[in-house]
Write a protein that binds this ligand. Structure first.
Ligand SMILES: Cc1cc2nc3c(=O)[nH]c(=O)nc-3n(C[C@H](O)[C@H](O)[C@H](O)COP(=O)(O)OP(=O)(O)OC[C@H]3O[C@@H](n4cnc5c(N)ncnc54)[C@H](O)[C@@H]3O)c2cc1C
Length: 409
């Protein structure tokens, strides 16, 4: 188990600098254009693939970094470049983690490489859990997966929403209900292979921010997939369902903990790191501007009112990073999240990004309010961090329940 340290090793520094170069030289200059186009920035993803930033190898390396810092370093640098483009680059990872977490070795080997494709033929993947009536309340999920005993296939029906890369992905990972009586314990994850009939894209959403990232509904109508597309396999699912039924039948057993809350705890610091990237970017723009913008015959940073804001912004960004690194290290070291440290990091970092980007807009004055300066986009982009992967309210609920041991609602 790696010790927790704030000192990056040489490999980490090298990777961070390499990512920073791509973020500064390729992503930043293209950010405004793709934000306006509201389209997946395929040429940028291809460039990332050519140099290895968009590749299974790279993400696997960062994911398995024993210090836990590989993923947060990657997220911070890419989202520093631009949040919308960065989500297009890392969105596949959400589906890949869905397979890594639940799949057999064979399933991981089959599906995860297909999610990325290669530099000459780049592919994307989508993770489809949310539904119109099941956002924070994952237990309200309605998409059904029914096993066809005759053919051994699974048949999926339902509508997923808010899926990053939904409908344009090569591989979709879909969470569906296999036993409605068991709440979240009756859910299972499936891979829908490329070209499967019955899967289609519904509405594509026009968003407030991260507009270069494609977000859409995914409609599943009698989608038939082979038995081997059930992640983890049928035997494991049957065992898990039998255990859950036994527990539900026991006195008090119906109050099973929301599985999604526990599962997300380890992945939430990665979203915190994205928020740190956006917050740091806005802080840097504001600092530069405050040094050079002159009013009343002196740079505006000469006013305590501006300088103190910048001091608070930087302090919050650094504090957010520390929480993210702590939780990321804990996840890698297998430490239990006894105080919901994963949720804490996501809550604090996402709220920080919203506040810091709003302060940056204020420091740039009228310019901050225009699309001529990047803080306007960063401010819009930052609003996503308190919504996806569990809203701020849900993070507070998880933290409060964990700390108190009470079923707080
Ligand atoms: C751009 C974007 C990309 C996304 N990508 C994906 C993806 O790839 N895959 C995927 O599956 N999902 C994705 N999501 C979905 C995202 O995870 C959900 O939007 C999120 O979980 C919130 O669900 P909801 O939108 O239904 O809001 P709701 O759950 O309806 O919440 C509405 C409001 O009520 C509050 N609230 C709800 N319950 C409580 C409570 N118990 N106590 C206090 N307050 C509460 C919430 O905090 C929020 O403020 C994405 C969403 C967006 C916007």
């Amino acid at each position: 188990m790696a010790e927790f340290t704030l000192e990056l090793n040489d490999d980490q520094k090298q990777v961070r600098d390499w990512l920073h170069g791509f973020a500064a030289d390729v992503m930043r200059p293209a950010a405004a254009e793709w934000d306006e186009r509201e389209e997946t920035p395929w040429p940028i993803i291809q460039e990332a693939a050519k140099i290895g930033i968009y590749s299974l190898d790279f993400y696997a390396q960062q994911y398995f970094d024993p210090t836990g810092l590989g993923i947060p370093l990657t997220m911070e640098e890419l989202f520093w470049g631009d949040a919308g483009i960065a989500l297009s680059i890392v969105g596949t990872g959400l589906a890949a983690v869905g397979v890594l977490a639940n799949g057999t070795e064979e399933q991981i080997g089959t599906w995860v490489p297909q999610m990325y494709g290669d530099a000459d033929d780049v592919k994307l993947a989508a993770f489809c859990s949310s539904e119109p009536d099941a956002g924070s309340d994952v237990a309200a999920m309605r998409t059904r997966a029914v096993h066809d005993e005759a053919t051994g296939e699974w048949v999926l029906n339902g509508t997923k929403t808010w899926a990053t890369n939904g409908g344009i992905a090569h591989v979709h990972v879909v969470v569906a209900v296999v036993d409605p009586a068991l709440g979240t314990k009756g859910h299972a994850s499936f891979v829908v292979p490329p070209g499967t009939p019955g899967l289609s894209q519904g509405q594509k959403f026009r968003k407030h921010g991260i507009r270069a990232s494609h977000t859409a509904e995914v409609v599943l109508e009698d989608v038939r997939i082979p038995g081997h597309c059930l992640l983890g396999g049928k035997e494991k699912l049957d065992e898990r369902l039998a255990r859950a039924r036994k527990r539900a039948a026991a006195p008090g057993g119906e109050r099973v903990r929301n599985a999604a809350m526990a599962t997300f705890e380890a992945s939430r610091p990665a979203v915190g790191a994205m928020a740190v990237g956006t917050a740091r970017a806005a802080y840097e723009v504001a600092l530069d501007y405050a040094r050079t913008r002159t009013q009343f015959g002196r740079p505006i940073i000469d006013n305590q009112g501006i300088a103190f804001q910048l001091a608070d912004m930087r302090t919050r960004v650094d504090a957010a990073r520390l929480l993210v690194w702590r939780a990321s290290w804990m996840a890698a070291a297998g430490k239990p999240f006894d105080s919901a440290e994963g949720s804490m990091s996501k809550l604090y970092a996402s709220e920080t990004a919203k506040e810091v980007t709003a302060q940056a807009v204020q420091i740039l004055g009228g310019n901050g309010y225009t699309r001529e300066y990047p803080v306007e986009r960063m401010h819009r982009d930052s609003a996503i961090y308190t919504i996806f992967e569990g809203t701020s309210e849900i993070q507070r609920l998880v933290i409060a329940r964990t700390l108190s041991g009470m079923p707080i609602r």
